[in-house]
Design a binder for this molecule. Structure first.
Ligand SMILES: Cc1cc2nc3c(=O)[nH]c(=O)nc-3n(C[C@H](O)[C@H](O)[C@H](O)COP(=O)(O)OP(=O)(O)OC[C@H]3O[C@@H](n4cnc5c(N)ncnc54)[C@H](O)[C@@H]3O)c2cc1C
Length: 454
């Protein structure tokens, strides 16, 4: 054991310092299999005090620190790529959940999974406004660090909007903590907002105070077949103006559904295939199915429809959408891009993205799905030759930027996209971000290579 390993073992216990690369392997490869790293050790503290001591020891040894939660991130931000001297700091043991207070807030350890917070909230009659398919592994620390979105953004906003306060350890070893007190506050800088979306580059989150939302006991889901993205948008526009309680509006296309059917063995939702599918969910205190169905009956763009308000039926319809990420991975290691676009012109943007990929990687498959209400498309490119991966990213992200879009809507920049940050953020923005980074982490110890090129 090196001196640092011994020092950390004294803090967290020898069982929680992993120095054998074979044992550490699951921490060193990302969910997609695209990002692989090495590190000098993995450390798994079990309390805020231990995180503080670990960071102080790493700082004294000059060891870069890569924070990691559930390792479900899709931009390589939690994997120490080209950082053999790094310490991988796993926050997964920080799973304490405090009581739900009468205002519907709860303080969660950063390593709590979204599913565990949801269950905890349900038991108290509340719910978490944040949800997505990796809920059983993704941690609240990781979700806040990436400013994750997911399927409820339409109703409740992204991860940043759920944060009422954070506790975090800075690179200096200082603990900033503001997870108690009143619901409302305007006393000084909001460190929670600053750390949301910072991807482990400004501080290590140890606890998060999240606001919960009222539980909606009745839900209805509709899966609609349509002729394309523009038609899906037209239906969504009508539903948004005529139906109360819309919580989700998700888009997927014919080729994505084919991969899902192949990977899951599920039966197709309709007797024939259609170019595009829109999944809508409404929630309320009374069953919203009738109201939703009556608005949908008037939509000329809807070619076929399946609806459900019972839990099993809803889950079966959601599965067609939620199984996309795993089904795409079952077909290969994709180039994963997550972009935000202006809603106007979304259908044109879809064609332009496909054309841009075809130009640099002819024959590659482009699987697009996403969160329609925010015009957030997940662009997955399969079968691109390994020497064309950067060209594919460049072509897609420039196409998006030319249309006024963003190079990241909810997955973050990570290690995948620092060179394209300037397509979305101005030089002045990036200079201000760099000044904040050097003020809080002057030696660049926290997650080097993420957000900014090394
Ligand atoms: C099947 C699937 C579906 C998904 N769907 C969505 C979706 O709909 N919407 C969406 O936004 N994302 C989605 N994701 C991406 C991913 O799940 C989220 O970004 C998630 O929030 C990451 O959480 P994590 O705990 O796994 O973080 P990690 O992957 O472990 O880390 C992500 C980043 O956060 C940093 N980090 C982690 N924990 C901390 C901490 N405690 N303090 C400081 N920094 C930290 C890491 O350094 C890294 O930069 C999906 C992923 C999968 C695999």
């Amino acid at each position: 054991m090196t001196d640092l390993a011994k020092e950390l073992a004294a803090v967290v216990g020898p069982a929680h310092v992993l120095t054998d690369p074979a044992v550490a392997m699951s921490y060193l490869v990302d969910w997609t299999g695209r990002w692989r790293g090495t590190c000098r050790l993995v450390v798994r503290p079990g309390s805020t005090e231990q995180v503080t001591a670990v960071i102080a020891a790493c700082a004294a040894a000059g060891a870069p620190i890569v924070p990691q939660g559930g390792n479900t991130g899709l931009v390589g931000g939690g994997v120490p790529v080209d950082l053999p001297e790094a310490v991988l700091l796993s926050l997964r043991r920080l799973t304490d959940l405090g009581p739900v207070d009468r205002n519907g807030t709860v303080v969660a350890g950063a390593g709590s999974t979204l599913a565990s917070i949801q269950q905890h909230a349900h038991a108290a009659g509340w719910d978490l406004g944040l949800d997505f398919a990796s809920r059983d592994s993704a941690t609240v620390g990781g979700a806040v660090a990436t400013n994750a979105g997911g399927v409820r953004v339409l109703r409740y906003g992204d991860a940043r909007r759920q944060v009422l306060g954070v506790e975090a350890v800075l690179a200096s070893g200082a603990l900033v903590s503001h997870v108690d007190g009143p619901m409302k506050e305007s006393a000084g800088y909001d460190l929670g907002s600053l750390l949301a979306g910072s991807e482990g580059t400004l501080g290590v989150l140890t606890r998060v105070r999240v606001r919960l939302v009222p539980q909606l006991p009745a839900r209805a889901v509709a899966l609609l077949a349509v002729d394309g993205v523009a038609e899906a948008q037209a239906v969504l526009d009508s539903v948004q103006s005529e139906v109360d309680g819309l919580t989700a509006a998700e888009l997927f296309l014919r080729d994505g559904l084919s991969l899902v059917l192949a990977a899951t063995g599920a039966a197709p939702p309709f007797s024939r295939g259609w170019p595009a599918y829109l999944l809508l969910e409404c929630g309320g205190r009374v069953d919203p199915l009738e109201a939703l169905a009556s608005v949908l009956a008037d939509q000329a763009e809807v070619r076929d429809a399946a609806v459900a308000s019972d839990a099993t039926g809803r889950a079966a319809l959601w599965r067609y959408r939620e199984a996309h990420t795993e089904s795409i991975s079952a077909a290969g290691v994709p180039v994963k891009l997550d972009v935000g676009l202006p809603a106007a012109g979304l259908a044109d943007a879809e064609y332009a993205i496909r054309a841009a990929v075809d130009e640099v990687a002819p024959g590659a498959r482009v699987i697009i799905f996403g969160h329609l209400a925010e015009a957030n498309l997940h662009v997955n490119v399969l079968d691109a030759p390994s020497d064309r991966v950067d060209a594919v990213s460049d072509a897609v992200l420039r196409t998006v930027a030319e249309r006024g879009g963003s190079v990241s809507a909810e997955h973050g920049i990570g290690r995948a996209k620092p060179r394209w940050l300037g397509l979305t953020r101005s030089a002045a923005d990036i200079a201000a971000m760099r000044r904040i980074k050097s003020a809080l982490d002057p030696d660049g110890l926290l997650n080097p290579g993420v957000l900014f090129d090394r």
